[in-house]
Ligand binder design. Sequence first.
Ligand code: ZN
Length: 466
Amino acid sequence: MIKSRHDLCLAVVLGLLCAWSSNGIAAEDNEWHVGLSRVVITPDQPVWLSGYSSRDRLPHGKVHDLFAKALAFESKASGTRFVLVTCDLGSIYQELTDNIAKAVFQRWKLPPSNLIINVSHTHCAPEIARERLVFHELTPQEDQKLVDYIEHQLQPKLIQVIGRSLQDLKPATLHIGQASTEFGRSRRFPSADGRVVNRRYDAGVTENDVPVMKIVSPTGQIRGILFGYACHNTTLAFYKFCGDYAGFAQEDVERDNPGTIAMFIMGCGGDQNPYPRHGPQGLQYARQHGRELATAVQRALRGNMTKIHGPLHVAADTVWLNLEPLPPVGQLQQEAASESGMPQRKARYLLDELKNHGKIDLRQSCPLAVARFGNELLLIALSGETVVDYSLRSKIDFAGKHMTWVAGYNNDVFAYLPSRRVLIEGGYEGRMGIIHQLTPTPFQLDVEKTVMDGLRRLVEKVSSAD
Ligand SMILES: [Zn+2]
């Protein structure tokens, strides 16, 4: 009981002492420890570039370096650690993610479920996607150069950057906000003959949100800025290493906020393109989009940001997506015997699989992860080239007091991941794109239900975990 003014002063002083920990940091500001790290992943020699099957030669030089950046979180309330890696890469695949996660677990005891590797899907990065043998007509020598890059440069560097972010864990506060910018548009144009073709469609389904997180040191210095956008990094179609608009946006955000590490996380931009794009002014467009995105990030930083409290809970699982039956073997043999082209290479791949394994599993694994940051943020991470419907639907299905941040292109970019709508409409992201993937056949109509049911189970798990 406080009886006198002296007692009151003592109580205030004791209260303040309790609110501050021994290292001079307010207890509320000691809820999170955060680590940041970056590494250059530009290949040390020219290797085949990703993304366009029309590529016919090696790149010459770079516009700027490609990076992998790691952001490690540790919630003091739950003791949970979680690492997000963002990469200026076109793709990532399960085996590579598994190798990295295994090494990280062995060295730093981070559970594999608490690691997400996101790629920006820039098409001006080394072609590391496993489907490159179907997608490109690569010589064995060129393929070996990519294998060497993955094994001797990329994989060790990704393990290293994760380790450094974990070793960098120190007190920080987390804040989130959101802005928007409009250069990303639907690329699913409904043509007069009923087909969906790959062209700008301003009336199409799109999402222009720019979610932003800032990581601030106890002295007020912004250490890191994570920002997202749901749009293909395909402004460029030339032969130089470059991060496309996301690479320029990261450079600009770092220039606007000296001393920070800026990280781009790809959203569900599987059916969204940046416009304008390509052509002789492509590089100028990429810089322009990067500037627009960085300006949106600055708007979010200047706006009312919400401080994130703990605890952190993470859940991950893999759902299995049903695929259509294989074409008859006779049809595959006919296609395999044709002169050249992607149907021929895909048919040969499927026939080889049948020969080597006796059957083909007509399911596609689809890893999913959810991280709940207190009551303020729900981060949802899907795999595949996720179309925008998954972000829009997640924001409705999992709406609450928190902000919902949805990322695509995580851990295993196996193929386009269409929604039911996109699958029914058809077009490149619906059915046609599968021709150059190792995923044997197009998805069945229950694809969206299976993914959303999987996400719902994870959201329920992290929501009831306090
Ligand atoms: Zn793509």
